[in-house]
Write a protein that binds this ligand. Sequence first.
Ligand SMILES: Nc1ncnc2c1ncn2[C@@H]1O[C@H](COP(=O)(O)OP(=O)(O)O)[C@@H](O)[C@H]1O
Ligand SMILES: [Mg+2]
Length: 267
Amino acid sequence: MPRIPFEQLPAGVRRAVTDKTGAVHRAVTVHGGMNSGIASVLETESGSVFVKGIPADHPQAGAQLREAAVAPHLPPSCPHLYWHLECAGWSLLGYEAIDGRHADYAPGSPDLPLVEASLTELQAIKAPADIEIKNATDRWADYAPPGTLHHFDGDALLHTDFAPDNVLIVNGRALLIDWAWPTRGAAWIDPGALALRLMDANHSTEEALAFAGRFPSWRNAEPEALSAFGTATAGLWREIAAEAGTPWKRRMTEHADAIAFALNNVS
Ligand SMILES: Nc1ncnc2c1ncn2[C@@H]1O[C@H](COP(=O)(O)OP(=O)(O)O)[C@@H](O)[C@H]1O
Ligand SMILES: [Mg+2]
């Protein structure tokens, strides 16, 4: 959705924010991401805070609630959530502001080992039982080949959306942000999702899959599970591209097809 500056939020919403932060001296809209109707770093009386938000009646508002619910369960590689506000038709999250940059996934990028370290840390986290969280078996139900859905089941906490603008690099660390799609499932799903994004940053299929293989969950997964993932992901991206065929979505579909082909033709 279009992103508005902080100043254009309704006065009541801005007041609710200043109740949390103290006076706002400066607000800078940040780039990256598509879903947030506002995404701004605020310099406030109490320090800096990153605020992202969406109208409460927007179809993606549920994703924002999921993000708020999962925040207390996230590893240290994720910025700290200070507060969550539902006010005057807006849903807002206030995070520790990170003065970083988006990850560079290009082959040989020094960011890649940092991303590997953060995802390794995440791989050890179990999906919390006490919050509503999506199940991988539901998300992939329509796409997994018949008889393979059980492979997607598991108890790992998955991020699933490794767009490079969902990873902030700061002080030699990669921070995983934008938890709109927290999911409970098999741990190997996240390395697979990351591999697809690496391909969009010019990794060959072999390089991207080799990177996934750095994670024990992927290395030790059953070949049938990984080929099911390839087929399912290709079907999912074909559907996304068919709905609105932007060049980026068509490219992702090609990467997913290539991954599916590789994973279904392992000797
Ligand atoms: N804690 C943070 N500190 C500073 N900037 C952030 C922070 N979290 C996100 N951002 C920036 O805001 C952008 C949008 O945030 P994100 O959580 O990815 O929302 P969405 O993609 O749903 O709009 C990110 O790509 C990043 O550039
Ligand atoms: Mg994002």
